[in-house]
Design a protein around this ligand. Structure first.
Ligand SMILES: O=C[C@H](O)COP(=O)(O)O
Length: 253
C-alpha cells in the first residue's frame, strides 16, 4: 500500500506572520510520517523561516516552483540549489497556473524535474485538463501526454519517488470536484502512462494525488479510491483546522 501524501499549496496567500503562526499552531499535531506525508508549499520568501519552524515536527516544507538551472542571469528566479541550501524537501512543478499564466512548457517541466532530483528535492508534478478538453473526451490523452513528457529520461528508481498530482483545471478553486470515481479513472490512466514508460513495479510505487476543491467533506471518499494516494490542496490548506482534518483523514485512511 502506498503511503498517503497531503500537500497544501498556499499559492500567493498569507502574510509572513500568518504563515509562521500557522506552522507554529500545527507542528506538534501533525500525524506521524509512518502514516501520512504532510507538506506545506509556501511562498518562496517564507521558506527558510518555515523550514526552521517545522524542523522538530513531521511537517515538510515545499516550494511552489523553481528554475531548472543551478545559477545564472535569470532575474527573479530561484534555483534548485538555493532550495536545497535552505533544506526545502518538495517542489510543485508544472501547476496549471504556471503553465497557463507563465507559459511553462512540458520541456521546461521535464528539466525542472531532473533538477529537483539532482538536489534530492521531491517533485510534485502536476497535470490536468481544461473543461473544453474534458467535454471533448480528451482528458486521459492530455494527462498521459503531459506525464510522458515530464517523466522523459529518468531511471525507474528515480520515478518511484516522484509524486504526481492530477488537477482538473475546471475544479481548481471553483468548489466543483471531479467525482471520486472520475478522478480515480484519470489517476489510473496516469499510472498506466508511467507503466508504459517505466514498467509495472515502478508505476505501482508512484504516488498520485488528486487536486481541485479538496476539503474535509470529500477527502475520505477520494482517498478510498484505488489510484488516489493523497491530495494537493489549495483553499482548504489555508486554515490550520481544515488542513489538520485532511491530515487526520489521510492518517486513518
Ligand atoms: O494546488 C492546488 C490546487 O490548485 C487546488 O486548489 P483548490 O484546492 O483551492 O481547488
Amino acid at each position: 500500500m502506498r503511503k498517503p501524501i497531503i500537500a497544501g499549496n498556499w499559492k500567493m496567500y498569507k502574510s509572513f506572520d500568518e504563515a509562521v503562526d500557522f506552522i507554529e499552531e500545527i507542528q506538534q499535531e501533525v500525524p506521524s510520517p509512518d502514516k501520512v506525508d504532510a507538506v506545506i508549499c509556501a511562498p518562496a520568501l517564507y521558506l527558510p523561516t518555515l523550514v526552521v519552524g517545522a524542523e522538530d515536527s513531521s511537517l515538510a516544507i515545499g516550494a511552489q516552483n523553481m528554475h531548472f538551472e543551478d545559477e545564472g542571469a535569470f532575474t527573479g528566479e530561484i534555483s534548485p540549489k538555493m532550495l536545497s541550501n535552505v533544506n526545502v524537501d518538495y517542489v510543485i512543478l508544472g501547476h496549471s497556473e504556471r503553465r497557463e499564466l507563465f507559459n511553462e512548457t512540458d520541456e521546461a517541466i521535464n528539466k525542472k524535474v531532473r533538477a529537483a532530483l539532482n538536489y534530492g528535492i521531491v517533485p510534485i508534478i502536476c497535470c490536468g485538463e481544461t473543461l473544453e478538453e474534458r467535454e471533448a473526451g480528451q482528458t486521459e490523452a492530455k494527462v498521459a501526454r503531459q506525464i510522458t513528457k515530464a517523466l522523459k529520461d529518468f531511471a525507474p528508481i528515480e520515478v518511484e519517488h516522484m509524486v504526481i498530482a492530477y488537477e482538473p483545471i475546471w475544479a481548481i478553486g471553483t468548489g466543483k470536484t471531479a467525482t471520486a470515481e472520475d478522478a480515480n479513472t484519470v489517476c489510473c490512466a496516469i499510472r498506466l502512462a508511467v507503466e508504459t514508460l517505466y514498467g509495472k513495479d515502478t508505476a505501482e510505487k508512484v504516488r498520485i494525488q488528486y487536486g481541485g476543491s479538496v476539503k474535509p467533506e470529500n477527502i475520505e471518499e477520494l482517498l478510498s479510491q484505488e489510484h488516489i494516494d493523497g491530495a494537493l490542496v489549495g483553499g482548504a490548506s489555508l486554515q490550520p483546522a481544515s488542513f489538520m482534518k485532511l491530515l487526520e483523514a489521510a492518517a486513518n485512511a
